[in-house]
Design a binder for this molecule. Structure first.
Ligand SMILES: [Zn+2]
Length: 343
């Protein structure tokens, strides 16, 4: 597998009249062609303008949000499923609780509170066990939806944590969306993977892991799940957890769920150690089970702006929003090395 990158130099005369140059590396994702531009000089700008989280504000938000948190009291005051979908009303997996989203984005839109009893705003305090309970609930919801209606196979499971990541309720939770209309981003990935298989006779994801294993972006294993930094990240400090040979959440086994949960926990704890608490997670899962020979279920995790008053939403600009490509201030190999040290 060829990982393509092109390097450019930008030259300028600085305000003191001295000539300067910056190197920009444009990397292309081998499957999708998405371009990630890396300019290490931007790191200085990021440190100056973006900064790190305000811990006092974080503690204040934890305290103030706890009293009126709708998820702490979900067992008593939360929504209930239609009895035809779930006669028990709400689903429980360990400390996790699943219930319908009060405002739906699709036919089956659920909130999965990872640990009802644990209202915490520090990613390291969420814990792999709670993430695993949440993933078990998510996989069950995906299976129940298709059992209820065979057309309800398209699904997207993910997590927004803290307001800079698009979350309105800070208590840690997944959202599980299931609908009859494909998700365009998932379709692009599954179709590109199928085309790769048709063209080469090989599995893109198996090839990717074979190429990356032991290299500067590979972090380690969590059970069967391989964790690595993306060569051409779509978003900031993006890590992928790949479940080889399994295409869909509808069919992933217990070891796969645990490996995903353990890896997500380690990635978000790394972000916290870097002064960033807000993050997004998405599980990119084939709507069709049995496609493990050409597509791998995988998690993508990225960091978002640090929580502070008037934070700069520096990665939500016209480039990624409309051009499709993001710019990065740190090389994936650098943050992969930091996570590898903690693995
Ligand atoms: Zn809460």
């Amino acid at each position: 597998m060829e990982l393509v990158s092109v390097t450019e130099q930008a030259t300028l005369v600085d305000p003191a009249g001295r000539p300067g140059a910056q190197t920009i590396e444009h990397r292309s994702d081998p499957l999708t062609g998405v371009v990630a531009s890396v300019n290490l000089a931007l790191g200085e700008k990021a440190r100056a303008f973006v900064g790190t989280a305000d811990p006092a504000l974080l503690d204040d938000l934890a305290e103030k949000s706890r009293a009126s948190c709708p998820f702490c009291s979900a067992a008593e005051k939360g929504t209930r499923y239609d009895p035809a979908f779930a006669p028990e009303g709400q689903l429980r997996f360990g400390g996790a609780l699943a219930m319908p989203n009060l405002f739906s984005k699709c036919r089956f839109d659920s909130v999965v509170i990872l640990d009802v009893a644990n209202h915490v705003l520090r990613p390291s305090a969420i814990g792999a066990a709670a993430l695993a309970d949440g993933l078990r609930a998510a996989a069950e919801l995906v299976r129940r939806a298709r059992a209820a209606d065979p057309a309800m196979v398209h699904h997207l499971v993910g997590m927004n944590f803290l307001p800079p990541a698009g979350s309105s309720v800070p208590h840690a939770h997944f959202q599980v969306h299931v609908r009859g209309v494909p998700y365009s981003g998932v379709t692009r990935l599954t179709e590109a993977s199928a085309a790769w298989r048709a063209r080469t006779g090989r599995d893109f994801w198996g090839e990717l892991l074979a190429a990356e294993r032991g290299g500067p972006r590979f972090v380690g294993q969590a059970g069967p799940v391989a964790w690595l930094a993306a060569f051409a990240p779509v978003h900031q400090r993006e890590f992928w957890g790949v479940v080889p040979g399994t295409g869909s959440l509808a069919e992933v086994d217990e070891a796969g769920l645990q490996g995903l949960a353990e890896g997500i926990s380690r990635v978000i704890s790394l972000y916290e150690s870097m002064g960033v608490h807000a993050f997004n997670v998405a599980l990119l899962s084939s709507p069709v089970a049995g496609r493990g020979g050409e597509y791998s279920l995988h998690a993508r995790v990225c960091s978002r702006p640090p929580l502070k008053a008037l934070y700069v939403n520096y990665e939500t600009w016209f480039g990624p929003m409309y051009g499709g490509d993001e710019v990065h201030t740190e090389a994936p190999e650098a943050y992969a090395a930091r996570l590898r040290e903690r693995w």
